[in-house]
Ligand binder design. Structure first.
Ligand code: FMN
Ligand code: SF4
Length: 468
């Protein structure tokens, strides 16, 4: 097998690699010049399509194919780059922004040329203030040097890049939530179709791509589609940035061919499980993707293989290691709280399901669990977003998967926890028991039994509740 040559991280240890001068001295912007001055946009799209580059933002959708969905007769195209990066334990995009901003800008430039977009918005996670400042500087430099702005390289192609900071909501990473937020509205995902390629930001045809996806583009143009396809597994091509965190000796972001295993990442790159312990489990690609148990750590981390151990997919390739001293209930407590907090609330199964799940898990943690709760949780997980068309976006699926995996893979441990941690009075209320058992409950009578709130001071009328 040929030795792997990292490309996405190739400038990371070079002094001043963030500056245009150093970036150019290492061959930077040559791929952009090649694309803009010797190729036409469709030819660029075709090379990216042939490379079978799949989106690195989570869904793994083929990038070149997505670009072909733009209407042929469009007058204007917008590019939205997804730098929200709010999937827990994911920090590959932050590293790309902070360590090689010009490589990212070159990726934007080529991709905008290919899709004929003259405006690109980079939507950045609120907390990424350092990355924001670095990008501001890089954009300024690129504009002054003629890599951005009007008539780039004398080709007549214009491009402006704008930075936009989010306000700290996970849901604004979902592409249509991002678009709504960019438009200045609440980040509520839109019902699709229409997909952004047809009607996206400001109702115009819009391409949404992740930062790492676009960073692959200059290298594909420079080295060709077959080079890209020579890296990885038979169906998942190219280099990938893997982040490893949690209970490891060293938290890292490493570039490796798609298909490396979690065990390799832990042992060869992250210094092993911390404190000399063993891994109990690992989250393979951000918490939405589910959980691998210790005996599944040799599963290749690519777009196909993770389905076999029951995970949702590769996601963001952010691996979180859980050591054998950590109760799985603690993992569930954090996961359920996160999704209940981040659900935007538009869809009933997601809004109610994530909250029920959270409350049930918190109750189990407090010592009020029942063994039957595990089946109630599975029932909830199977009815969150798994039934096609019941929710607007993928958050509900992502909330369900960790629960399904944890209950399936660690049922024995969870049952033991429930049995041996009973705290008197911490269990469910009689009403919750009736609902969980499917017994008929008279919600009107219950509502009427709750006293009406006092009228607000100075109010003439208060609708209150009808008395029983
Ligand atoms: C709840 C949710 C959160 C998401 N968060 C992100 C994110 O932070 N960054 C990202 O690139 N994609 C995120 N995505 C995926 C995007 O919707 C979209 O698929 C992606 O930005 C497309 O880019 P790509 O094809 O280059 O991967 C999220 C999806 C969902 C459902
Ligand atoms: S699935 Fe959840 S997060 Fe997504 S739109 Fe519906 S309520 Fe909002």
């Amino acid at each position: 097998m040929a030795t792997f040559e990292p490309v996405l991280t190739r400038n990371w240890n070079v002094p001043d690699a963030r500056t245009l001068k150093v970036y150019e001295s290492r061959g930077g912007y040559q791929a952009a010049r090649k694309a803009l001055t010797t190729m036409d946009p469709d030819a660029v799209v075709n090379v990216v399509k042939d490379s079978e580059l799949r989106g690195r933002g989570g869904a793994g959708f083929p990038c070149g194919l997505k670009w072909t969905f733009l209407p042929k007769d469009r007058k204007e195209t917008l590019m939205c780059v997804n730098g929200d990066e709010s999937e827990p334990a994911t920090f590959n995009n932050r590293y790309l922004l902070e360590r090689d901003p010009h490589m990212f800008l070159e990726g934007i430039l080529i991709s905008c040329f290919a899709t004929r977009a003259s405006t690109a918005y980079v939507y950045l996670r609120f907390e990424y203030i350092n990355a924001y400042k670095i990008m501001e500087k890089a954009i300024e430099e690129a504009r002054a040097a003629g890599h951005l702005g009007k008539n780039i390289y004398g080709t007549g192609f214009d491009l402006d890049v704008w930075l936009h900071r989010g306000a700290g909501a996970y849901i604004c990473g979902e592409e249509t939530g991002l678009i709504e937020s960019l438009e200045g509205k609440r980040g509520w995902p839109r019902i699709k179709p229409p997909f952004p390629a047809i009607e996206g930001a400001f109702r115009k045809p819009t391409v949404v791509n992740n930062i790492e996806t676009l960073c692959c583009v200059p290298h594909i143009i420079e080295r060709g589609a077959s080079w890209f396809k020579s890296i990885g597994t038979p169906k998942s091509y190219g280099p990938k940035l893997y982040t490893v965190s949690g209970h490891v000796e060293k938290q890292v972001c490493v570039e490796l061919p798609l298909g490396v295993t979690t065990r390799q990442l832990i042992d060869d790159h992250a210094g092993g499980v911390w404190k000399g312990r063993k891994a109990k489990a690992a989250v393979p690609g951000g918490i939405s993707m589910g959980l691998l148990s210790a005996d599944e750590l040799d599963t290749p981390l690519d777009f196909e293989s993770l389905r076999k151990p029951g995970c949702l997919g590769l996601g963001t390739a952010a691996v979180t290691v859980i050591d054998d001293h950590t109760p799985i209930i603690d993992y569930l407590v954090n996961t359920a709280r996160f999704f209940a907090h981040e659900s935007c609330g538009q869809c009933t199964p997601c809004r109610e399901g994530t909250n029920w799940m959270n409350r049930t898990i918190q109750r189990i943690k407090r010592g009020g669990g029942r063994v039957e709760d595990l089946d109630v949780m599975l029932h909830l997980a199977n009815n969150l977003g798994i039934i096609p068309g019941t929710t607007i976006c993928g958050l509900a699926d992502g909330a369900a998967w960790p629960i399904k995996n944890a209950v399936a893979k660690f049922r024995g441990e969870l049952e033991d926890y429930i049995r041996s941690n009973q705290v008197p009075g911490a269990g469910p209320t009689p009403l919750q028991l009736d609902i969980a058992a499917g017994r008929k409950v008279d919600l009107v009578a219950i509502g009427n039994a709750i006293p009406a709130p006092p009228p607000p001071a100075g109010a003439l009328h208060s609708p209150g509740r009808p008395s029983a």
